[in-house]
Write a protein that binds this ligand. Sequence first.
Ligand SMILES: Cc1ncc(COP(=O)(O)O)c(C=O)c1O
Length: 402
Amino acid sequence: MSTSERARLETATAGLSAPFAVVDLDAFRGNAADLVRRANGTPIRLASKSVRCRHLIRAALAHPGFAGIMAYTLPEALWLAGADGDEPLSDDILVAYPTTDTSAIARLAADPRAAASITLMVDHPAHLDLIARAAPDPVRPLRLCIDVDTSWQPLGPRLRIGAHRSPVRSPAQAARLARAITRRPGVELDGLMAYEAQIAGVGDLPPGNPAYGRFLRAVQRRSRRELAHRRAAIVRAVRAVADLRFVNGGGTGSLHTTSRERAVTEVAAGSGLYHPRLFDHYSAFTGRPAALFALPIVRRPARGAATALGGGYLASGTGDPDRLPQPYLPAGLSYSSTQGAGEVQTPLLGAAAEGLEIGDLVWLRHAKAGELCEHFPTLHLVEGDRVTAAVPTYRGEGRTFL
Ligand SMILES: Cc1ncc(COP(=O)(O)O)c(C=O)c1O
């Protein structure tokens, strides 16, 4: 990325003390428009875990094409639904992962507005038992969504290509769980979700490895085909038991293909708004890095080395080097192979380090999207060469959910 990009960011943030995080609103809006374009008319449910800032969740939801929130915990969903006394952000919030938080379920069951706004995820009768124990007499039936395993298993269960998520895989299993829901008092079937992580979350242009890229694209093509058939059959089987308000699928990396499936009524996305490092290598789209953080250079330990304060904001997942933040500006900086990104100090190496002086800034990108917000209380919103607002992250509002 260019010197002018760095100059623009540094002009905008000249009054700030590093470390700090920014979101470039022009890039954020451009990314939102591109997600909507790729969703091709299918509404996008906003994955809040990938944003973790109420102001920006609101901004994304105001963008035509986005509708509803995909939350990551029930306490978060209650907060976003207004159950803690704040203004509600949405009346359609899907908690995308099963909850065992019985006190939060009890709160949901006692709050008519929250109970009419929030849908819980289930994939096992044990979830139904737990919900029944936590909420024996809800103010209204609690809305439930069935999560479906999307993995491709070309050789049966011994070879799983995809995430370990739900045990519900076949139309018969999904229909059985749907019947179990319809037989219980206090709950109702609301939706179905099938998120294909092996397609949406895996870039198909791995850098420096075109052969692996070809292999990945072939695997993803087959997985996509298998899932399209199975998802349609599952939706038919479940709809024969009870109506479904929504069928959710996809993520940032698969909007353009998941949205083509007739059985899918909505897609989900969030990461594409910030466009973190892990989303750089997809053949179908190129986003603009919108979320960045700046660290101060505090030492020059040797020629070709400049040390930044902090920086060890690793992303969740496999623990591979691609989970490290990407040194972004100035271009050409790399980590020390023995130190990586440190808890309090990060040496950055390379010719570009020679141009850095104590007190200068370096700009980095997180590997994932919302996790960055767990390290900063504030996001400074940049428009052109100005910071136009400073808004709190979840953490800045004293909320950490995971
Ligand atoms: C259930 C579910 N849907 C969709 C997504 C996609 O989110 P994003 O667009 O932020 O990658 C995720 C991400 O992990 C997810 O867990």
